[in-house]
Design a protein around this ligand. Structure first.
Ligand code: PEP
Ligand code: MG
Length: 587
């Protein structure tokens, strides 16, 4: 039989070959089943019992997961317990049973549909995918109406899990058993729980395959390539061989990564540098550290505002920040206050549409407009600072006044905490992001106001070159090595160093070997990036001598174009340090 190739989204890299283990698709009731008035009380009791049973199961799974794969993954179930407590959801089901005199299954299906519709209309991917948590809880209650119905079957071991979608609880329980080689799903996206979990457990995963559950049957042999997002069903022996080779290459690469992670972060001539991680979810800390991160250089706190339709409480913030601080301790954790606004998260925040969102009420501008929301976040960050490794970073600073106002607020919140006898770090370091050209130009003034600076090259390039960072039509102009960008970076880095102020780069440039070398040449020592790039950057920086890189970069500064600069530096570096660019991403 000819093989079939299916394209999806690779959400966890690596290659696995094995037999299909197909899980049942969760189907809610599609037909209305009426009951008589006398049966209503019984039906209500049935539903109540199912909710109770669900609660017991969730507590039990939560405790088990804590032991098998770690506390940070057990929080999914904490969230599920909270969903189960949601009064409007539970009373919604009860009302339908009572008023419409229908079976509980039908009532749950109706409520499920209602939530699905609400979630589907949400623009943000992360938030939209939280629908799976609601589905998970409702389907668990649904199954518990008739507890004899089967749950996810035990696998024989060493299988590839194929499903329409994996409920977060199914993902956690099945992937943690250690006998699933890969996952392939009909639906899903980058930020689904399955994706996050698969990445942290190093299980290759491809989602968004549309109809893989219809294309395979139990026992079929398939290949899952999570790096490129491809699944091959019934491969020929030649294809099988090719992918076995790929798998070996990827596994060897992983081993090399882990080895590099343990090596010192030092150039050949003994200059120390510091790789740090940019993360968006608390679950990412562990993997970041295992890849060699010496701290969290940027925690984008936005996800807190995106995971529920109401604003996060101080407790919600505090729980997440302390968890990250504890898991990373004693390494530093830089929490960036919300970078919300613009077009990104408008629908969740109920904000007005702006004509030019990138230049609008974004980040610190939004925070300072509504002190109440900002204060909640600052209080939680301060409370989490008892761990002493927490720093706070303010995004999109344009002028000194914003720093002054933020400091005033921070002092206010500190006095409030003192009055309440709540402990915090009195000297919590405060930093400013440099991502607006105006802030870059006043680095000499900013260093006098803050404890550290973090350069957000993603936005700095966008605003400096007037090139929308997300617009394909002008992406050819988005050049990190444009001489203007290098000049301004050199100025920011050198001015900070001269003043004795810590400076970090946390934009994508830190993850590009050539750009990282250029910035090392300016004197930069701290590079914060998506953790998967840390080993590669470490390898590059460990392969060179700081003093020579400085000279090469200095010479390159007189060149006229990004291309000339790139060619010149690559040529010089490769000639002197042939190892510098050798580590490729595996695929
Ligand atoms: C940046 O702008 O470089 C940055 C790190 O922030 P974000 O990508 O979150 O805008
Ligand atoms: Mg930015």
């Amino acid at each position: 039989m000819d093989h079939i190739k299916l394209r999806g989204i690779g959400v966890s890299p690596g290659v696995s070959l094995g037999e299909v283990y197909l899980t049942e698709r969760m189907i809610f009731m599609r037909r209305k089943e009426s009951i008589s008035v006398s049966q209503v009380a019984e039906e209500m009791e049935r539903f109540e019992k199912a909710v109770l049973r669900t609660r017991e199961q969730l507590v039990q799974i939560k405790d088990e997961i804590k032991v098998t794969i770690g506390e940070e993954h057990s929080f999914i179930f904490e969230a599920h317990l909270l969903i189960l407590k949601d009064k409007s959801m539970i009373s919604g089901v009860e009302r339908i049973i009572k008023e419409e005199k229908v079976r509980a299954e039908w009532a749950i299906s109706r409520i499920h549909d209602k939530y699905r519709k609400i979630f589907e209309s949400i623009a943000d991917e992360y938030l939209r995918e939280r629908q799976s948590d609601v589905s998970d809880v409702l389907s668990r209650v649904y199954r518990n109406l008739d507890p004899t119905e089967e749950k996810l079957k035990e696998t024989k071991g060493d299988n590839i899990l194929v499903a329409h979608d994996l409920l977060p609880s199914e993902a956690a329980t099945s992937l943690s058993r250690g006998d699933i080689l890969a996952v392939a799903l009909d639906i899903g996206g980058q930020t689904s729980h399955t994706a996050i979990l698969a990445r942290s457990l190093n299980i290759p995963a491809v989602v968004g395959l549309r109809d893989i559950t219809r294309r395979v049957k139990n026992g079929d042999f398939i290949i899952v390539d999570g790096t490129v997002g491809e699944v091959i069903v019934n491969p020929s022996s030649a294809i099988r061989k090719e992918f076995e080779g790929k798998k070996k290459k990827y596994d060897d690469y992983q081993k090399e990564l882990r080895k590099t992670a343990k090596l010192s972060s030092r150039t050949l001539d003994g200059v120390d540098f510091k790789p740090m991680a940019n993360i968006e979810l608390p679950e990412e800390v562990e993997q970041a550290i295992s890849l060699g991160a010496e701290g969290i250089g940027l925690f984008r706190s936005e996800f807190l505002y995106l995971q529920s339709q109401s604003l996060p409480s101080e407790e919600d913030h505090f729980e997440i920040y302390s968890r990250i601080a504890e898991n990373a301790f004693p390494s530093p954790v830089i929490i960036r206050t919300m970078d919300i606004g613009g077009e990104k998260y408008m629908s969740q925040m109920n904000m007005e549409k702006e004509p030019n969102p990138a230049l609008g009420l974004r980040a610190v501008r939004f925070s300072l407009k509504d002190h109440n929301i900002f204060r909640v976040q600052l209080r939680a960050i301060l409370k989490a600072s008892v761990h002493k490794n927490v720093k706070v970073l303010i995004p999109m600073i344009t002028e000194i006044e914003e720093i002054v106002e933020t400091k005033g607020l921070l002092e206010d919140v500190k006095s409030e905490l003192r009055r309440e006898n709540i402990k915090f770090n009195e000297n919590i370091p405060l930093g400013a992001m440099i991502e607006v050209p105006a802030a870059a130009a006043i680095t000499d003034l900013l260093v006098k106001e803050v404890d550290f600076l973090s350069i957000g090259t993603n936005d700095l390039i966008q605003y400096y070159l007037a090139v929308d960072r997300a617009n394909e039509l002008v992406s050819y102009l988005y050049k990190p090595l444009h001489p203007s960008i290098l000049r301004i970076l050199k100025y920011i880095i050198e001015t900070s160093i001269k003043n004795g102020t810590e400076v970090t780069v946390c934009g994508e440039m830190a993850a590009d070997p050539l750009s990282a070398l250029v910035m090392l040449g300016f004197g930069l020592k701290t590079f914060s990036m998506n953790p998967i790039f840390i080993p590669k950057i470490k390898k590059t920086l460990r392969s060179v001598e700081y003093k020579n890189v400085r000279k090469i970069v200095q010479k390159a500064m007189s060149l006229r174009t990004a291309q000339e600069i790139e060619e010149y530096i690559i040529e010089k570096i490769i000639r002197m340090y042939p190892q510098a660019f050798l580590m490729k991403q595996a695929n």
